[in-house]
Design a protein around this ligand. Structure first.
Ligand SMILES: Cc1cc2nc3c(=O)[nH]c(=O)nc-3n(C[C@H](O)[C@H](O)[C@H](O)COP(=O)(O)OP(=O)(O)OC[C@H]3O[C@@H](n4cnc5c(N)ncnc54)[C@H](O)[C@@H]3O)c2cc1C
Length: 503
């Protein structure tokens, strides 16, 4: 058996051995992984960063809150940092790997109980290791007419892990944190906090009411390292009587601004209540072609070439895919409103399109993205724009210019909310090509700097870029996070570097 490498920063071999023995006592030796071969899947990242900067030193897999508390006691005793994951499939943002080398991954996949589903209220209480697929099977076996809102990698991933990253899906419940209700959090000192109404003895309303009494703190445990979330409530959507998925198409590349301005009133009025996506042709092509079929020249795919290839296959430069939900009568009325709002602004509408994720069906269709050039590299660039055509056009021009200069294909899938847009751009690349990987990294860093210089922030980022993104969001916010960190985790054992926060 090879020696565990690397070690946690500042921890010697002998002390680390003692910590591993302590973890074994806490969770059972079989649930502590430290052999290099066992650690491999936990250090596998898709980002344009060196593998060695994100290799864990070990993995510990507790099965209960009590075991988490015992693991924390060992971590505090030997100053071993713990990087918590629920299912660890944060693909394109770091997967299960820690922000810095040598942290011990605290893998919560063994905590996978569905603790409660209230079919009347449409709520569930789950543990971190529960996957969307597991929860969907649970509902279907019991004929409970509630829908889940899946992110694209739905079958594989955890509602809890996804929500803590403030991830999203496509139905009206697509903002996952907005539909989270009540958490149980194990703090670094081992104490257990229940947020919202979870602190009331024999609580009746923990999953029904989000805020509780006094400060509302749930947000502090998202994209942070202030605690280990061991349970979370989520709201589930009553199955609608009917739905209709619609594809609105704009046939000129220059139509982007007016498309956004035409969609906004429909989102603000909630005529369109779901989190539809406005995508460009290149992103859509990843589901039907390989890159080499589209373009075999040098550098990034020219937009004109991508658009021409797409048009020959019946796809326009811009597609907005969304759904209407309700009774058949409501859907007919809403369809008329949508037509009236979009058609005068250049859209052609295709009604009754099939998209599994918008109708409570799991699908891994989005993973075709990774076949684009088969290189295994993926890094999400996720800036936020106000929901205005001028801003989205400005972001698009900025991103295209920077990506072109680095030979990176421009793709985007924008989540259109009422007032803002998450302009999620995947940088897809060949990770086994060192030159290409270095270019993508430089491209990503320039994108961050330039977007911030134009007044845009970011909805989420991957390990390796967290310090930089925190810095770009301003000193006061970061200082505030550090003060909380010092109070809650003075030894800094929880996920140092998450969102740039470390003692
Ligand atoms: C093709 C493709 C499409 C994708 N589409 C989407 C999409 O539609 N929507 C979307 O949101 N994402 C998407 N992703 C990104 C990602 O795969 C998902 O967000 C996924 O849900 C995150 O992985 P996870 O659920 O296993 O979370 P984890 O990896 O378990 O957790 C994510 C992070 O949250 C924190 N964390 C997790 N659990 C805990 C805990 N119990 N306590 C404290 N902190 C914790 C940690 O910092 C961890 O790194 C996509 C990825 C790919 C490759």
């Amino acid at each position: 058996m090879s020696a565990p490498r690397p070690l946690p920063a500042g921890v010697g071999d002998a002390d680390f051995g003692r910590a591993l023995a302590g973890f074994g006592d806490a969770v059972g030796a079989g649930h502590v992984l430290w052999d290099i071969a066992q650690l491999l899947p936990y250090g596998r990242i898709m980002l344009p960063l060196p593998d060695e900067d994100h290799q864990p030193s070990a993995v510990v897999m507790p099965a209960s809150v009590e075991e988490i508390q015992k693991v924390l006691a060992v971590a505090r005793r030997w100053h071993v940092p713990l990087w918590t994951v629920s299912t660890g499939r944060n693909f394109g943002y770091g997967s299960a790997a820690p922000a810095t080398a040598g942290q011990v991954v605290l893998d919560l996949r063994r905590m996978n109980r569905i603790l409660d589903v209230d079919a009347e209220l449409g709520t569930a209480l789950i543990e971190p290791g529960v996957t969307y697929q597991q929860l969907q099977a649970h509902l279907r076996e019991r004929n409970i007419p509630l829908w889940l809102d899946f992110p694209a990698p739905g079958p594989l991933v955890s509602p809890l892990g996804n929500t803590l990253e403030r991830g999203g899906g496509l139905t009206p419940y697509g903002d996952h944190f907005q539909h989270a209700c009540g958490m149980e959090v194990v703090l670094a000192d081992g104490s257990v906090l229940r947020t919202g109404l979870g602190g009331i003895a024999d609580t009746t309303s923990w999953q029904a009411h989000r805020y509780g009494y006094g400060p509302y703190v749930d947000g502090l445990f998202t994209q942070s390292n202030f605690g280990i979330v061991s349970k979370m409530g989520i709201w589930l959507m009553p199955a609608p009587p009917a739905y209709r998925t619609i594809m609105a198409q704009w046939w000129q590349d220059e139509d982007l601004g007016r498309a956004v301005d035409a969609i906004r009133p429909l989102r603000l009025a909630e005529t369109i209540s779901n989190f539809g996506t406005l995508a460009n042709a290149t992103l859509m092509l990843t589901s039907m072609a390989k890159r080499e079929e589209v373009y075999d020249g040098l550098g990034a795919i020219p937009i004109a070439r991508a658009n021409e290839f797409a048009k020959a296959r019946g796809l326009p430069p811009w597609v907005y895919l969304f759904s209407l939900y309700g009774t058949p009568e409501q859907i007919e009325v809403d369809t008329r409103l949508v037509k009236r709002a979009l058609e005068p602004h250049g859209a052609t509408l295709v009604l009754d399109v099939d998209d599994p994720l918008q109708r409570n069906e799991l699908s891994l269709q989005a993973f075709t993205l990774l076949n684009w050039n088969g290189g295994g590299g993926l890094c999400w660039f996720s800036p936020v724009a106000p929901n205005r055509g001028t801003d989205v056009v400005r972001q698009t021009e900025l991103a295209r210019r920077i990506m072109d200069a680095h030979g990176v294909d421009f793709m985007t899938g924008m989540t259109i909310n009422g007032r803002d847009i998450l302009n999620v751009m995947p940088l897809v690349f060949n990770r086994s090509d060192a030159v290409e990987t270095a270019l993508v990294r430089a491209c990503f860093e320039e994108l961050l700097t330039e977007f911030a210089a134009h007044g845009y922030g970011f909805y989420r980022t991957g390990i390796g870029f967290m310090d930089r993104v925190a810095e770009l969001h301003g000193r006061a916010g970061h200082e505030f996070a550090l003060r909380l960190k010092r109070a809650l985790d003075p030894l800094g054992i929880l996920a140092p570097g998450k969102s740039g926060i470390r003692i």
